[in-house]
Design a protein around this ligand. Structure first.
Ligand code: 13P
Length: 287
């Protein structure tokens, strides 16, 4: 059964570790992430962007697939199904479709509008027992075709949004989606420390987990980050393993063209990436 991310993240915040949000793109992705979480006895959050939602034939298809898989694979660890960077309308659709968690990304609105819309969703999510992630300070990089620079959030605005009663808060601290450029300035730990000071026990979310060095991840966790989003790194690992399979001519050997064989190495690479991240984030055996 899907659960809200509230309990797993409050436990992570108190225990000074982080739960990974791994974005899903199809059946193989979802299976690889769920199996790894179960093997490592780790709680997990499956992230779905609005673009991935469309790709996978809509939110109700995804809810059906994930619920079916939890049942058929005998998954016992806590699993939250979460809308990633949702619009106000997208969040409402996911709530309707049976997601257990949503993000409303109002970071591109003026703060007053971000507050007003977040507040409405807090009331809806509270009533239904779902977790809600809000965002202050846009995360840079490319997400579904939208490119932004890595902003640094205003800690006072973070407090205003946290005080609305959201479950977790994503704040821009110089992080970006996708690969980091060679001249990246790194995370702004001063900002993170200030946000943590003002928001207290609120679990903080670090987006753009791909390519952030391990020491920065650990420092971010020590400063209150309890949810870390990873997407691109699984995509890169999948693509590399699949490319190697094809370049080695394995699709031309026997029944190597069967998608169950063709996608097997890529799927194993996703599992290895998720395992590495869960170990780094400290969520192993925390289910
Ligand atoms: P990456 O693709 O950089 O890992 O970021 C994922 C993310 O933050 C999804 O919201």
């Amino acid at each position: 059964m899907l659960v809200s991310a509230k309990e797993m993240l409050n436990k992570a915040k108190a225990g000074k570790y982080a739960v990974g949000q791994f974005n899903i793109n199809n059946l193989e992705w979802t299976k690889a992430i769920l199996q790894t979480a179960e093997e490592l006895k780790s709680p997990v959050i499956l992230g779905v962007s609005e673009g991935a939602g469309k790709y996978m034939c809509g939110y109700t298809t995804i809810v059906g697939m994930v619920n079916g898989m939890i049942n058929e694979l005998g998954i016992t660890v806590p699993v939250a199904l979460h809308l990633d960077h949702g619009s106000y309308e997208g969040a409402k659709q996911c709530i309707e479709a049976g997601f257990s968690s949503v993000m409303f990304d109002g970071s591109h609105y003026p703060i007053e509008e971000n507050i007003a819309k977040t507040k409405e969703l807090v009331a809806i999510c509270e009533e239904k027992g779902l977790s809600l992630e809000a965002e202050v300070g846009a995360i840079g990089g490319e997400e579904d075709g939208v490119v932004g620079n890595g902003e640094v959030a205003d800690p006072e605005e973070c407090k205003m949004i946290a005080d609305l009663g959201v479950t977790m808060l994503a704040a821009g601290i110089g992080n970006i989606h996708g690969k980091y450029p060679a001249n990246w300035a790194g995370l702004s730990f001063d900002t993170l420390a200030k946000i943590q000071e003002l928001t207290g026990t609120m679990p903080l979310v670090l987006h753009g987990g791909t390519g952030i060095p391990a020491d920065m991840i650990q420092k971010a966790i020590s400063l209150g980050v309890s949810k870390i989003n990873v997407n691109t790194e699984c995509q890169l690992a999948f693509a590399e393993a699949t490319r190697k399979y094809i370049e080695a001519g394995k699709d031309l050997e026997g029944k190597g063209f069967d998608p169950r064989k063709l996608l097997a190495d890529g799927t194993a690479a996703i599992k290895a990436t998720v395992k590495e991240k869960m170990e780094l984030f400290g969520s192993v055996n925390k289910a």
